[in-house]
Ligand binder design. Sequence first.
Ligand code: ADP
Ligand code: MG
Length: 370
Amino acid sequence: HIDSQPAFLQNIEEQPMRERKIFMNRKKSFANLLKITCVMVCSCIGTQLVWADKTNSESITDTAMGTDCSVRVFGSDGTAKDIMDMLSDIENKYLSWRIEGSDIANINENASESEPVMPSKWTYSYLENVLDLARESSGAFDPTLGRVSQLWNLESDNPYIPSKSELTELLLETGWEKINLGEGEVFLKDGVQIDLGAVGKGIGCDEAQKMLEEADADAAVVSVGGSILTYGKKPDGKPWKIGIANPRNEDGESYLGSLTIDGTCSISTSGDYEKYVIEDGVRYHHILDPKTGYPADSGLISVTIVCDDGWLSDGLSTACFVLGYEDSLPLLETYQAEAVFVTEDKEVIVTDGLKDMFTLTDSSYEQVEE
Ligand code: ADP
Ligand code: MG
């Protein structure tokens, strides 16, 4: 049995699905509906639901990058849909190891130690960033775990628990140092496969930010699975309120707390509750310790990162989950990022820069000072 919950971090105030529910309820009464001047447009384009309201915002929800996504844009018509389309586009053209012809699939198939592959400049520059993070995190973030993840198969209904010897053998063909960058070129040691699954959603947020800047939008909130971009200031002047998922949810509380964010920011969460299987009382989840090939066991059940770049918040949330609380602190310092750690004892540790912005709401957790 496997549970997967695609979207964890949801913007509590701005979450479009909730807004849609309000709209549906009101729709029950026709007379009421006439009074609603706030709902100007509601049209279904494919599976995408697009609607606008009196705050001059447009919202879309859909699946992209294998997860639930929502985009809400204030003050720029059409940009929400353009962003949603872009998310699928970058997955297909550049990022996905699954999609034949994408930059990453092409590198995995054709690059070797002697014969490099030249991907798009776009992909190359994200690879540079990703390898910096791998180095700075001493390999806790490792973009070559593709084949190990595939063996675990935790995203499917048929996960597999490998033996230690299977993992030891596979690990011979992993390791970020086995990717070498030349001038715009990528070399790969034999058998190595690149997997950008731990940063793809954050990259989607970064590209969304570029589009919002170009479109001169007033404000926006973009959520791609566990990664969120808040952009600009909401027209009502209030800060963004971002929920942090309750990793255990035994008490029916969806959120353990929230972050109040003013302006443009990237927020990502990694947790052991996203894709996992429990066998003989052991929870096997999808964030792997590159040293062992087994799910990371650092005493944490979720990490939320807040920083300026989406790829970085996404990558750091994975890296810090592997490293654990203590070893994450120097890495956060290096990248000037802030974090909310949740331990398996249900303790919540918030770094100094976020203390004023974080509110604990679920009393089954305890906020502690370290
Ligand atoms: P999600 O993809 O659910 O948002 P993460 O951002 O934490 O979660 O990324 C987890 C994914 O990244 C895994 O599904 C796997 O493909 C890959 N991965 C797992 N462990 C690592 C790691 N230590 N370093 C880099 N990528 C990893
Ligand atoms: Mg991540």
